[in-house]
Design a protein around this ligand. Structure first.
Ligand SMILES: Cc1cc2nc3c(=O)[nH]c(=O)nc-3n(C[C@H](O)[C@H](O)[C@H](O)COP(=O)(O)O)c2cc1C
Length: 236
């Protein structure tokens, strides 16, 4: 028994101190970034965050960052609790940063009730993070249909199965629903799931964080002011 534990306490609630210490040491030993990271020149920032975001995205993809288009999307979930999950960036245009999902999923329902979100990208290959916050707009049915049709048959069938995040009582039930969806697509290749939706996050704030292994991190913040952007730098 460790000094912290008391009779009757659950062993899982309080791991032995030496275990907790070795976990802390192990966590600190995990590799983070390459030795050399590029600087962010805050004297030469582009006028819009879109431009810097796309420049950074191209650079991290060229540097070998896997899954560079994955963003962690945070919404106000049920009971006002925050909810976060990863989604894929599908486009970036005048509407904002776009992603696609089921309108009937928990995140779709959350966005219908409270159309605001935060998103983060983490690109360790160049020691970078981007954070965005702002309103989210559901784009037109045409935009959703186009996104849906661009996907593979397997992806479209799995979207048609629906029920995202509902309890799956029996794995067989999914396979049967998937097969039905694939058959429906064979019968009607133009089929589009009416629940499929494309959303655009139009940020009010975009923050760029450039890590450094030799000096301070650099942070640049873009805040929307009317049709343009105010740029400032932040203490790291
Ligand atoms: C790398 C990655 C990318 C994902 N991309 C999407 C996506 O683009 N759309 C989507 O609906 N779910 C995507 N998911 C699944 C979501 O993270 C999540 O599990 C699912 O959408 C249910 O979320 P919800 O219950 O909050 O609605 C992705 C998961 C991972 C790990």
């Amino acid at each position: 028994m460790t000094p912290e534990s008391s009779p009757g306490s659950s062993p899982a609630a309080a791991p032995p101190a030496d275990q907790a210490n070795s976990l802390r040491q192990w966590l600190r030993s995990l590799p983070m970034f390459p030795a050399a990271l590029p600087p962010l020149d805050v004297a030469a920032l582009p006028t819009t965050p879109d431009e810097l975001f796309l420049r950074w995205l191209r650079e991290v993809a060229a540097a070998g960052q896997p899954a560079a288009r994955v963003m962690t999307l945070a919404t106000r979930g049920d009971d006002d609790m925050p909810a976060a999950r990863n989604v894929l960036l599908t486009a970036l245009d005048e509407h904002g940063w776009q992603f696609a999902t089921h309108a009937s999923s928990p995140k779709g329902r959350a966005l219908a009730a409270h159309p605001f979100a935060a998103a983060t990208y983490f690109w360790p290959v160049l020691g970078r993070q981007v954070r965005l916050t702002g309103p989210v707009l559901r784009l037109s049915a045409d935009a959703a249909a186009r996104d849906f049709r661009e996907r593979s048959e397997t992806a479209r069938a799995s979207i048609l199965v629906g029920h995202q995040s509902e309890v799956l009582a029996a794995p067989d039930a999914y396979q049967a629903a998937f097969d039905r969806a694939r058959n429906a697509l064979h019968d009607n290749p133009a089929l589009v799931d009416p629940e499929w939706a494309v959303y655009a996050l139009a940020p009010e704030r975009v923050e760029f964080w450039q890590g450094s292994t030799t000096g301070p991190q650099t942070r640049a913040l873009y805040q929307r002011v009317g049709a343009s952007w105010a740029i400032s730098t932040l203490y790291p």
